[in-house]
Design a protein around this ligand. Structure first.
Ligand SMILES: NC(=O)c1ccc[n+]([C@@H]2O[C@H](COP(=O)([O-])OP(=O)(O)OC[C@H]3O[C@@H](n4cnc5c(N)ncnc54)[C@H](O)[C@@H]3O)[C@@H](O)[C@H]2O)c1
Length: 262
């Protein structure tokens, strides 16, 4: 897909990767870029900068996602590309609170389901449409220090795969964006405890946006801003036990990020 003249929605567009995507889509000549974010001031700031449209939305609420989609279709006729990008990271394992698990489930998984429910009927009727799902390398591998993030990103990737398989022949394209560290607030927030190793290879959100433009142009399912992720994924598939041993070593050598890490 080429972005020129397309109607694009980006959730979590007020900051980080989503903001970089909004800026890049505008620069590519999108007909409309809709910045949807829970934080309305951030959504409005980005929309103002790119002459886009801010629609404050909490993607964890199905009614809000439905309303977002209806408003964009009413105003612009169709949605060509819907980017389910909003996400959150919390630290911890099985002991993490139920509310952290639940919130991760709602934002990292159900928001993608709500978006698909809302956009797919019109896309299927037109016989075309594109979903970009921001997942994470944690959906292919795992996130050291966060079980809720690892589990929900695996689920998000599973859902993306399922849509690509089920609706691909009906004209629906899907890409799953799976970066390792990206220099955004999420990476630097202490509660995410992602590990210093992510910082070493972290890329700027603008780099991720470049890779998204290329990945969409090639209509590739996996968009991997860190090419080594493909190799790690291959190693995992080739020898799961060896891969788990390697991840244990990585965990042992990992430091938890401090708030001053930026
Ligand atoms: N930063 C990384 O290292 C990294 C790596 C891999 C994947 N990701 C994924 O990239 C996506 C974007 O993260 P980011 O790094 O840009 O983080 P960020 O914190 O910079 O931006 C996230 C944006 O999403 C918004 N948001 C959060 N919950 C929302 C909700 N319920 N409804 C609407 N908006 C909401 C926030 O207000 C914020 O503007 C996430 O899905 C994240 O899991 C990030």
């Amino acid at each position: 897909m080429q972005i020129r003249d397309k109607v694009v929605v980006v959730t979590g567009g007020g900051n980080g990767i989503g903001r970089a995507l909004c800026r890049r889509f505008a620069a590519e000549g999108a007909r409309a870029v809709v910045v949807a974010d829970r934080k309305s001031a951030d959504a409005e700031a980005v929309a103002k900068e790119i002459s886009g449209i801010a629609l404050p939305t909490d993607v964890a609420e199905e009614a809000a996602v439905k309303q977002l989609v209806q408003r964009v279709i009413q105003q612009h006729g169709a949605i060509d590309l819907f980017c389910s990008n909003a996400g959150l990271g919390v630290a911890g394992g099985s002991e993490a609170s139920d509310s952290d698990w639940q919130r991760s489930w709602e934002v990292n998984v159900m928001a993608h389901v709500y978006a698909a429910r809302a956009v797919l009927p019109a896309m299927l009727a037109r016989g075309e449409g594109y979903l970009l799902q921001t997942v994470s390398a944690a959906g292919l591998l795992t996130q050291i220090g966060s079980a809720p993030y690892s589990v929900t990103k695996h689920a998000a990737l599973g859902f993306a795969e399922w849509i690509a398989i089920t609706h691909g022949d009906q004209g629906i394209k899907v890409s799953a964006l799976c970066p390792m560290g990206v220099r955004t607030n999420m990476l630097f927030e202490a509660q995410f405890a992602g590990g210093a190793f992510l910082l070493e290879t972290a890329v700027e959100p603008e780099r991720v946006a470049d890779d998204v433009i290329k990945g969409l142009a090639e209509e590739r399912f996996l968009i991997l801003p860190h090419s080594e992720v493909a190799e790690f994924f291959r190693r995992k598939a080739n020898d799961y036990d060896r891969w788990i041993k390697g991840m244990r070593k990585l965990q042992a050598s990992t430091q938890v990020l401090q708030p001053s890490g930026r």
